[in-house]
Ligand binder design. Structure first.
Ligand code: CA
Length: 228
């Protein structure tokens, strides 16, 4: 059984999600504004927090920022449709995942399961290092190594790989990746992402004979570990 906190001012949504989570055997706590949510998140011992971005009092981004100064509790952000910027800044601010409203409850539950599983698998990891299939990405040192060998990546290749690894097991579309790698104001074809993916594959997948980056046809790319 896991203990979850829902921070969401739309009480109908909060209650609906609560019901589903309780039905799955979890313990659920709720907060209807950012300030209360932050207080609960800081003082309570939660396995996962569902955090809406648009909140009265303190918005979700600010709640996340303040929470991350103290704790590493996994957070899934609830963002408005098409708010790519929210998604990316949420991830930058330390969110583990995001889901777009309106969402299908099955998808939310699936993402919650992944986030909870991830928490278990990463609880022993050294912070800011991500390790998947012999590939180690060190965010502090801005380095990537495979089997202990340093890989020479450009800044954009690094950012792309970092985004995919941080969101492992989640399929990211080209637009989301493009915003991460080229910035929000970049005007251009999303197929530039395919080019960067090809560079990464040459430098990592092909060279070390591993299947790291997966193409999800018609959607985008994902890096999956063997644990899920
Ligand atoms: Ca809201």
């Amino acid at each position: 059984m896991s203990k979850l906190l829902i921070v969401e001012d739309e009480e109908k949504i909060a209650r609906f999600v609560e019901l589903e989570l309780v039905h799955e055997g979890n313990e659920v706590d709720k907060a209807f504004d950012g300030r209360t949510g932050l207080d609960k998140a800081l003082t309570g011992d939660y396995d996962l927090i569902l955090l809406d971005v648009m909140l009265p009092g303190l918005n979700g981004m600010e709640v996340l920022r303040r929470l991350r100064q103290e704790k590493e509790t996994p957070v899934i952000m609830l963002t408005a449709r098409d708010a790519v910027m929210d998604k990316v800044s949420g991830l930058d601010a330390g969110a583990d995942d995001y889901i777009t409203k309106p969402f299908a409850i099955e998808e939310l539950l699936a993402r919650i399961r992944v986030a909870l599983k991830k928490r278990i698998h990463t609880s022993t990891k050294v912070s800011n290092k991500i390790f998947i299939k012999n590939v180690l990405l060190d965010e502090d040192r801005h380095e990537v190594s495979v089997n202990g060998e340093l890989i020479d990546l450009t800044n954009r290749e690094f950012m792309l790989l970092q985004t995919l690894m941080k969101n492992k097991n989640i399929v990211l579309d080209r637009e989301t990746l493009l915003n991460t790698v080229c910035g929000y104001d970049y005007i251009g074809e999303t197929n530039i992402i395919d080019v960067y993916i090809r560079y990464l594959r040459t430098k990592i997948d092909d060279r070390y004979n591993i299947k790291l980056i997966q193409t999800i046809r018609g959607v985008g790319y994902a890096i999956k570990d063997d644990l899920s």
